[in-house]
Design a protein around this ligand. Sequence first.
Ligand code: ADP
Ligand code: MG
Ligand code: MG
Length: 910
Amino acid sequence: MTTGEKWVYMFDEGNKEMRDLLGGKGAGLAEMTRAGLPVPYGFKVTTRACIEYLETGTFPPGLREQILEALRRLEERVGKRFGDPTNPLLVSVRSGARASMPGMMDTVLNLGMNDEVAEGMVRLTNNPRFVYDAYRRFIMMFSDVVMGVHRERFEELFQEKKRELGVTQDVEVDAKSLKELVEEFKALYQREKGEPFPQEPLVQLFRAVEAVFRSWNNPRAVEYRRQNKIPHSWGTAVNVQMMVFGNMGNDSGTGVAFTRNPATGAKELYGEFLQNAQGEDVVAGIRTPMPIARMREVLPEVYEQFVRFAEQLERHYKDVQDLEFTVERGRLYMLQTRSGKRTAVAAFRIATDLVDEGIAEPHEALLTVDPHLFEQLLHPQFDLQEKAKHPLLATGVNASPGAAAGRVVFEADDAVKMAQEWGRVLLVRRQTEPDDIHGMAAAQGILTSIGGATSHAAVVARGMGKPCVAGCGALQIDYEKQQFTVEKDGKLILVRRGDYVSIDGTTGEVFLGDIPTVPSEVMQVVTGRMRPEESEIFQRVSRVLQWADEYRALGVRANADTPRDAMLARRFGAEGVGLCRTEHMFFGEERIPKFQRMILAETREEREAALADLQPFQQQDFEGILEAMDGLPVIIRLLDPPLHEFLPQTEEDIQNLSAKIGIPAERIREKVRALHEVNPMLGHRGCRLGITYPEIYRMQVRAIYEAAAALKKRGLNPVPEVMIPLVGIVQELEVLKEDLTQVAQEVLQREGVDLPIIMGTMIEVPRAALTADEIAQHAAFFSFGTNDLTQTTFGFSRDDAEGKFLDEYITKRILETNPFEVLDRRGVGELVKLGTQRGRQANPNLEVGICGEHGGEPLSVAFCHEADLDYVSCSPPRVPIARLAAAQAQIRQPRQRRRKSPHEAKGGLL
Ligand code: ADP
Ligand code: MG
Ligand code: MG
């Protein structure tokens, strides 16, 4: 720890580059302050202070003093004093991490309030209703966030008060009742905590700062980080800011707005405003606010000013902003700006619009698209004909687009449980809260009866890419009976837990029953069922991906085992096949018995005969794939899995096989016993098979070059490359390569075709990476098989790790993320870099890539870019994700080495 470290910054200190230290909210507030926007003044405590606190359990030395000093400067600047009844300063204490985590951590408003300050404020404002409303909110939030007395306990008292008064709306509760409520709240606090509610503002402040630090580790924030792959080590900053009041009457209020529609991307202010209320009310979805456009009618000048600020901020950040603001007696204050979370459709629309409107350059617009979003565009939609057959139950706010159908559940835990049993569930709630996110993640979609387009349900659903219909007021939800009713045409329709309901998040419609879905527009275009010109979204995606291709330095190939996948991959923009697995080719109904006969053969002649039977099948597959990828490289991996995977294991299956292929059951049983392995992952597989049964690999190589020769004769340009798996010792490669090169040459000579013979290897055991200099002398290319390399580097077997302990490792922070999803830079990544460097030193022409799931995961793609690889290879639908991620990596951190073969438009649709 550094003594004398600066833990506290005033709002006009620091800039947007200091977001790691000041948090996103703090950096945004600083940026707005400096741009001259009306931001209530304040200061921020750094994320480093939070980390120190979480590690040691106490404030780091100097923090307390620096906070007091900052408070003094704040008082001076705004001309009010903390705890002074004659001129009181109230503040909010707000969390704010580096990455936005909406609603996941805690905020306390109206801090600095106590009995004396309240009385003073009544004298000053002549508005006791406002003062006691602010006070009761403060007690509730402070108790909940700082002291762990649940907010519901206070809400209950508030509801009771409303019942007594015979009113339904918060704003109808008068000053006298609010003052009574404050006393009741304090009494509740005293009962729960065994001490009076703290009246000393500085005590309130320091406790609140600690509580915000601690909220970094509350379960919902931890869960959110897990889902969004945000490191647990970042910590949150704390913003202490002078309060402005939206609850001072009807010329006051609070709102949230996006500069563009985050569901569709349309250029329109999108958001909500709530008169006479404090911020919490909108975000929590407790009261249903008015659409932002109506603010123009109630507060026209404020509205115009807000529109100007919104445009200014969008131009400044060159991206859609998600804004929070408060109006105090006709004066507008900006409280937050951040990049708005959006759906995939919106993201691609906005990126292209920003460029067309001259707000951003293509490379800037590219950075606004989260590559993961592309997957959403592949999700199915409702079949329109089927949709028309289902009764419309009600319509709510179209909060997050897409189609979802499932059986209704009413609790988050129930959603998780029943998703296991029923498959598809739909979570129905009055409103969701941060504690519900695990249930939202398990559900197909979310339906709420309260709250609008910026309610928690809406924001989180959009973030997850899940369909959501919010604020569907027609639903009368009864949690106790686990059902809801809707009155329609004078009749009451009852929907119980377990009944099917379908929601269309694009239109806001809610239907009874289970409506079937059809492929998305993008899928329809890619599979040739729709023309590109017919789909606007397709064209926008295509433009963004063209930009991506202009920037990226990393090549993108696909993993494809069938001609169909290869074709699809090419349409998604793949520049070749980085991994074609051959084992799947042995599983077809006609093929597997032949392969089994090969395994069961007792002599080499028998085995060769069985293999000769199989060769035409392999050849046919290779022809299809090479044809689909005509002109582009196709890396074909020779047989990899252990042979016992192809044999039956149970007695019954053994008997059946015996009957089918006419080999005695006893011989099969014996073979199964002989092939049994203690640890198959580390067993007789990969090139080890090739060494012991050379005729298998020979047959495969023959099939590859026969296929290529046939295509060549048809005037095509096949580029096959042969990949030998699991090499760890250079001699393995040497022996196999010599033998297989000869086989290939024989074929080419016999066919009279000229074709380069390209052979390389997978690097998937640490020894291969460490001895890469030797191996590279015999290899034209390296392909890091990062799935196996992760297994062998960690010594984890993936299925066991994921099934048994990885989750706990992540919860206990032993690992930040699952290394099978996000490439482990520290260990596996180091081997990749080392292998690449040593390999290229020995063989400057060596081509290096990775294949496997990591190749389509944006963080791992960024790593591959930094590690100077030539390409990544991933599953066909992830090709566009990898293209985007690669472009972003180059824009953020340019490098020299460019990919060899620029994307050939020929055949590429996207
Ligand atoms: P979150 O990260 O959950 O959005 P915030 O810290 O942004 O939490 O606070 C929630 C809401 O509280 C804000 O949208 C704003 O309306 C209100 N708020 C926060 N600070 C102030 C303040 N100084 N004055 C008035 N309202 C505030
Ligand atoms: Mg906020
Ligand atoms: Mg492997």
